[in-house]
Structure formats: C-alpha cells, structure tokens
Design a protein around this ligand. Structure first.
Ligand code: SAH
Length: 517
C-alpha cells in the first residue's frame, strides 16, 4: 500500500484562474479532496474523475464538520494510503486554520506539504484597485481579523497599538463587527477620514465594493447591503482606487450573460465572458446525439480511398463528429486525400486543431457563401477539368437538421453530393435548474446565441419564461442566427462583423462600452 500524503492547498480568493499550477496538479492527482465553502466550485473541475469529494464547509450559521473532525478525517484518509488534498479558500496559512491541521498531521506522523494560495487579503484589494503598499503612501500592511470573539484569546487584536503602527490595514471576517473595528481604530488615533473600502465576493463576478471614510464605512456597507465574504482595506492607498479600478471597469463587469451552446462548447465562451468581468450562466440548449455510425464509417473509408474532390464542413461540431468517426474506424489524418472546405473561421479552426489545413474558407459564413466560394474556386483553379463543378464529387458530413441549401446548390451545378448525417442536435433532456432559476428571476442582462438551433431550442425549453429575456441584450454570432432570433421576436443588438466566439464577446463588450456603465 502506498504511503498516504496530505497537501494543504490554497484555492485562491475566488477567481478560478488564481489557483496555482501546483494546486491544480495536486487536485488532478488526489484520491480525496476535502474542501471549504469559500472554494469556487469551478476549481473542483480540476479534480480527477472518480476522486472522493468531501464538503467540510463552514457556514456562518453552523459547522458542517468541526475542526477536530476535519483533522481526524485528514489523518484517517492518509492512513488509508490515500493522496489527500485539503483545499481552502485563499492561502491555507492566512486565517485558514491550516496551521492547526498541519500540527495534527505532524503529531500523527502523517507526511504533508503546504501549497500556498493567493490570499484574499492581497488579491481582493487588488481587484478593487487598491495596492496594499505604494511608494509614498504605504510601506507596511497588516492583515487582521475583525471577528469579535473574546472567548478566543489568540484571535484578539491589539487595535490600540495597530491603529497607527501600520500604514494599510486589511480586515478579514469583519462584516458584523465593522462598526466597532472602525471606532476602535479612530479612538486609538487613526484619522477618521482615512479611506476605507469594503469588498464583497472579491475577484468574482459577484464582486461589489463600497468606499467611504473610515468613520462612515460601516454604515455605508450596511446601507449597500454587502454580505459575506467581505473584507475591508483601510489606508491612504485607498485613494488610488479611482485610477486603478481595473476589474470593476471591465466592460461586462456585473453583467449576467447567458451561454446557450452545447455543454462541451460552453466553457470556451464562458471563459472569454468571465475574463471581461461577466457572470456567465450556462444553459446548454443543444445536445449532440451521434446518428448512424455505419454511415459515418463508410464515409470515412470512402474518403480514405480518395473518391472525392472535396470534403465540406459547415460547423465545428461537424468536424469533431466526423473526426470521431474517422478515429473510430482506425483511420487517421491521411484520410483527407481530397480538398477540404470550411464554412467559416470557427470550422477552419476545428480542422486546424486536427492538423488539417482547409483549402478554402468561405468569407461569408453561410451555406450560400460557401457555395459561391466553391464556384469561384473552381473557376480560378486553372485546372481545366475542375473549372466547373460538373462531375465533381462532394462528401458532406453534417447534422441531420442543417439547412440543405448547400447540397441542393451543388447538385444544381452538376456535382454529386454524398451527405452523411453524422449527428442530430437535440434539445437536452434535463435543463440546468440553477440556470433556469436565474432566467425566471429576470436577472439575465444579455443572451448569446452561436447558432439558429440554439435560439429555437431555447425558446422551446423556456416556453412562457422566454418573456423574461425580452429586455435582455441579444448577441448573435452571425446573420442567419440573428434572423432566427428576430423571427422569434428578439431584438438583436449585437452582431459581430466576423463570425467567431471571440468576435461575439468583443462585440458585446463594445455594446456595453458604448452604452456606458
Ligand atoms: N485563507 C483565506 C482567508 C480565510 S478567512 C485567505 O487567505 O484568503 C475568510 C475571510 O476571508 C472572509 O470572512 C473574508 O473576510 C475574506 N475573504 C475570503 N475570500 C474573499 C473574497 N472573495 N472577497 C472578500 N473577502 C474574502
């Protein structure tokens, strides 16, 4: 049996991108992960499939597991020979009770390590535009707990001495005691006009902050209704916030944006939206169900035998599904002996990711656009036998419900088109509850559509609840999608010039930049 081992890992302050590489590595290799309430659920996606997940979360209201029970659990799991990760918000050794857990492990003779995390004490002020030190304004900072619990001697803070000894004070866990913390500091000589900034859910899309002079901060936080987790940074450095507030100035900051792609495709779009400050809510409206594998396999083989002039792809999904079929019959990239055409950039990207460089990418990403591009290509090819599409043979792997304008158009030009119905795009069986609740409560600010079927399926999934999205900003990837959205009564206000996910996000950002905050 292997020797058990415990990693005390810091998950960072909330933004899932602030997990360290070492932290991600430990999660990917863990047998057991024991995590806290403040750990962003997205971070748990790095956990290896099949690993045991234990929620040790402490809520302000009650303790799920006592500290002693957590210590015992760590020792017990390690003694079973497991690789254990104890995952904590921020840094494990900053008010994280990581020290206590380390001591328990040491006492029990269990091997352990500490993987530090990005502490909220520094990162949350940074996301609020406040550097904890700054030349000429602050050359020292202290991180203290504002938690008032006189029964815990070790947590009592000497406010008297601290008030004027340190330039910047970062107060953690101080929500309810903020008023008394502020008055103690003022009583001990801190200037009541000192800038103070309280930040709730810092580094996440739920970040909210309030700035006020120290004498007023508690009442302003209460009036704004800020809740936990909350920290307060106090000091002259707070004056820099106006110029340095980069995160709260992001174009999509505070906006709730609905992502309606397939589950597999959602994460790339969500990541781009979150990078612009948005709260991305995923409600997959499309589920890809492979159709007849025999047909796909036969097509893959036929392609490998070099019977075709062209192989056409009209979506990135089509590329992925066809590739699955190719690999499924034991073929590889050598299957592509013919010319390859892609309807647009996203489809071309999908091909390139399999090292297939398309010979033709339509500039106008519609079936009509691709048809026209193929006709043009033939004319210009310089090969007499190829100058018309007469007699050309096309393999067209596609979704069962795609528009067949392309196949019909090619046939009209005298070409032979073998359509392979690879997959069907269906409405998912069980929609995501949490996402539905957000829609029903009218909290969605913007909706993104990357295909016509996502528009139609969303309408089918929501029924009368679609009303809730009528006032939302609608962003469509291209003209065909936008036309479908309009048919269903949406007012489309964002449509990028180029059909790609990155351009869609950029156009949405531009929309909000123009509209102002
Ligand atoms: N080990 C953690 C701190 C744990 S104590 C760290 O290094 O960050 C929990 C306190 O941290 C909360 O009460 C709050 O004051 C602060 N905190 C943690 N995450 C926060 C966040 N995203 N926004 C604001 N405060 C946060």
């Amino acid at each position: 049996m292997s020797r058990g081992f415990v990693s005390l890992v810091g998950a960072g302050p909330g933004d899932p991108g602030l997990l360290t590489l070492a932290g991600r590595d430990r999660l990917a290799n863990a047998d057991v992960v024991i995590y806290d309430r403040l750990v962003n659920p997205e971070i748990l996606e790095h956990v290896r499939q099949g690993a045991e997940l234990v929620f040790a979360g402490k809520s302000p209201a009650g303790h799920t597991l006592t500290q002693e029970q957590i210590n015992d659990l760590l020792v017990q799991k390690a003694r079973e020979g497991k690789r254990v990760v104890r995952l904590k918000g921020g840094d494990p050794f900053v008010f994280g009770r990581g020290g206590e857990e380390g001591l328990a492990l040491a006492a029990a003779g269990v091997a352990f390590e500490v993987v530090p995390g990005v502490t909220s004490a520094v990162a949350v002020p940074a996301y609020a535009g406040v550097p904890v030190t700054h030349r000429g304004l602050a050359s020292s900072f202290a991180v203290v707990t504002g938690h008032e619990d006189d029964s815990k001697q070790e947590e009592s803070v000497d406010w008297e001495r601290l008030a004027t000894a340190v330039d910047t004070l970062v107060v953690l866990m101080g929500g309810s005691a903020l008023a008394s913390t502020a008055s103690r500091l003022i009583a001990a000589g801190r200037d009541p006009e000192t800038p103070a900034i309280s930040v709730q859910w810092g580094t996440t899309a739920d970040q909210r902050s309030v700035a006020a002079p120290l004498r007023e901060i508690a009442s302003r936080v209460r009036a704004a209704g800020l809740g936990t987790p909350l920290l307060t940074v106090i000091g002259e450095v707070g004056r820099l916030r106006e110029s340095l507030s980069w995160f709260e100035s992001l174009p999509l900051f505070g906006k709730t944006v609905l992502v309606t792609r397939t589950r597999e495709q959602s994460s790339a779009l969500s990541r781009l939206l979150r990078a612009q400050g948005a709260r991305a809510v995923e409600l997959p409206t499309i589920e890809l169900v492979p159709l007849d594998d025999n047909e796909a396999w036969a097509a893959a083989r036929a392609l490998g035998l070099g019977d075709y002039t062209w192989c056409l792809f009209t979506s990135a999904n089509g590329v992925e599904q066809f590739w699955r079929a190719v690999v499924g019959v034991g073929w590889d990239a050598r299957v592509f002996k013919c010319l390859v055409a892609a309807i647009g950039r996203a489809t071309a990207e999908a091909l390139r990711s399999h090292s297939i460089v398309p010979d033709l990418v339509a500039t106008e990403s519609t079936s009509e656009g691709l048809l026209e591009a193929l006709v043009e290509w033939a004319k210009r090819s310089g090969v007499p036998a190829m100058q018309s599409l007469q007699g050309a043979r096309f393999l067209y792997p596609r979704a069962a419900d795609a528009r067949d304008v392309l196949a019909e158009g090619l046939r009209a030009q005298g070409a032979t088109v073998d359509e392979v119905l690879l997959y069907e795009a269906r409405v998912p069986g069980v929609p995501h509850r949490a996402a539905l609740d957000i829609i029903r409560s009218g909290r969605v600010d913007a909706v993104t559509f990357a295909s016509s079927s996502s528009v139609r399926n969303l309408a089918a999934m929501l029924g009368p609840d679609l009303q809730q999205l009528r006032t939302a900003t609608v962003a469509c990837i291209g003209p065909v999608t936008a036309a479908t959205a309009r048919e269903l009564g949406f007012e489309v206000s964002v449509e990028p010039a180029e059909q790609s996910i990155a351009a869609l996000v950029e156009a949405l950002c531009e929309h909000y930049r123009r509209a102002g905050p």
